[in-house]
Design a protein around this ligand. Structure first.
Ligand SMILES: Cc1ncc(COP(=O)(O)O)c(C=O)c1O
Length: 479
């Protein structure tokens, strides 16, 4: 029997030993502290982070599973729910919960809709949800977990198309979804129109404001012309918004809100026949980390409207700088004018994945997107001092890619090969292609553009699903 690579430690290590190991591990991590990551990390500055962390630490060991044991956490959660109901223009009837993140909030909103329909639409035997194609994959995860049918409606100019969504409504529909904004392109869907269709057809309407929830209200207050997207819109029945993104709270905190308590009750899980006692759990997690609840509470209270306005102002300033920089590069085209601080661009003249490789080599981190191939930058407060440098390096990277004619040709050949291989080669050959590619998959050093080009070609196919599953399977292999 081959033993696992890392044995269970015989004894504990000192802080120094732990940090020494981490120093080596961390060499390949993204350098977000220097503002080089345009995704994954949101940072409110050292002073605010220190305050939030100190409150997080106070509740590091606590568990919000049993409200009678930790009334302080319950109180903090209730205050967060109330503050968020206010932020999203709800009334005193709004109810909700803190969850571990956007995905959990979405899973819960979808489960709530399913159970609401079981009670209020018993004639629906195969409940179905309608989402725009830009909606976050957490919805697909929810539909698979809760065995719901779903219709993915193509977007129009990158925003949800209410006309097409209305056409998709059937006798089985229970829920319509809109994003404020969608993750890929930072554009707010026409929420009022979607909510109107929901109301007209006696359906629920969820607004996914996971990424925008804690910046849009402040951007709007600063005077940017934004449409209404929250409980101000009649017909909106639930909202998800992540404190651990633009709320700048520690990771592991989002909120799901419902118009009233009769709807939220469908979210809960209760079992009263267990030998361990009567068990009631409001969210998906059993043990609910106290630090995350306390951290979210500390972020909202500690930063306050003034602080969020200041951060939104700086963030929108950096966003404008980036947009102007991109507009000066004739090879790059913005994907619409973003509603907030998410900027994505495509190119009709250069391979954006090659551009990504060049920028990665310079230490910048961001998202590669597909359908169409584009690069995505989420800007937050930490980027206020780096934009000038980034734009300079972006301009020089575009020039570098334009010199790559030869490798560009080989990328094209490879993509072309995969395109035809997709139709004629058996499964497995394609994953061998992936294995060859993955040998050079250190994105900081190697050329990944053929792989991403291939993914664009294969998007949505079973072949690509298999490739991604294989890849995920290898992630923790310690090879
Ligand atoms: C619009 C949107 N919804 C949902 C999610 C999922 O959030 P999480 O990664 O916290 O689960 C994200 C994450 O970026 C998002 O942007």
């Amino acid at each position: 029997m081959k033993k696992p690579k890392i044995p269970f430690p015989k004894s504990g290590s000192s802080k120094k030993q732990l940090l020494d190991s981490l120093e080596k591990y961390r060499l390949k991590d993204i350098d977000w502290r220097k503002g080089k990551a345009f995704c994954l990390v949101y940072y409110p500055g050292d002073e605010r982070a220190k305050l939030i962390k100190s409150i997080y630490d106070e509740f590091y060991s606590e568990n919000a599973l049993n409200p009678s044991a930790t009334p302080t956490l319950t109180r903090m959660e209730s205050e967060v729910i109330s503050m968020c109901a206010d932020l999203f223009n709800g009334d005193n009837n709004v109810r909700g919960n803190i969850t571990s993140g956007g995905t959990e909030s979405i899973l819960l909103a979808v489960k709530t809709a399913r159970d609401w329909a079981r009670k209020h639409k018993p004639q629906v035997k195969h409940p179905e949800v309608i989402i725009p194609s830009s909606a976050h994959p957490a919805f697909i995860k929810a539909f698979k977990y809760f065995e719901l049918d779903f219709v993915v409606v193509p977007v129009k100019n990158f925003r949800a198309d209410p006309k097409e969504m209305e056409k998709a409504v059937s006798k089985n529909t229970i829920l319509l979804v809109g994003s404020a904004p969608s993750y890929p392109h930072g554009l707010i869907d026409p929420i009022a129109e979607i909510a109107e269709i929901a109301k007209k057809n006696n359906l629920l309407c969820h607004v996914d404001s996971c990424i925008g929830g804690f910046i849009l209200p402040f951007v709007k207050k600063l005077g940017f012309p934004l449409i209404d997207f929250d409980f101000k819109v009649e017909g909106v029945t639930s909202i998800s918004a992540d404190m651990h993104k633009y709320g700048y709270s520690p990771k592991g905190a989002s909120i799901v809100l419902y118009k009233d308590s009769s709807l939220r009750k469908f979210q809960f899980s209760v079992y009263t026949k267990w030998s361990g006692g009567v068990y009631g759990s409001p969210t998906i997690l059993g043990t609910r980390p106290g630090g995350c609840i306390a951290g979210a509470w500390a972020a909202l209270k500690g930063i306050g409207e003034d602080g969020y306005l200041e951060m939104a102002k700086e963030t929108m300033k950096s966003t404008k700088q980036l947009i102007e920089g991109i507009n000066e590069i004739k090879d790059l085209q913005l994907i619409d004018n973003p509603d907030m601080s998410i900027v994505s661009f495509q190119s009709s003249t250069i391979n954006v994945y090659q551009l990504a490789d060049v920028l990665n080599k310079k230490g910048w981190h961001f998202e590669r997107q597909q359908l169409p191939p584009s690069l995505h930058f989420t800007i937050n407060y930490i980027h206020r001092d780096v934009m000038e440098t980034f734009i300079k390096e972006l301009k020089s990277a575009v020039k570098e890619v334009k010199r790559f004619k030869l490798s560009k040709l080989s990328d094209k050949l490879q993509i072309g090969l995969v395109k035809s291989a997709k139709n004629i080669l058996p499964d497995g050959v394609i994953s061998k292609f992936q294995q060859t590619q993955s040998k050079s998959s250190d994105i900081h050093k190697e050329n990944t553009s053929p792989m991403y080009g291939m993914m664009n070609v294969l998007a949505g196919s079973d072949d690509l699903d298999d490739i991604v599953l294989d890849f995920m399977d290898k992630i923790n292999s310690l090879e």
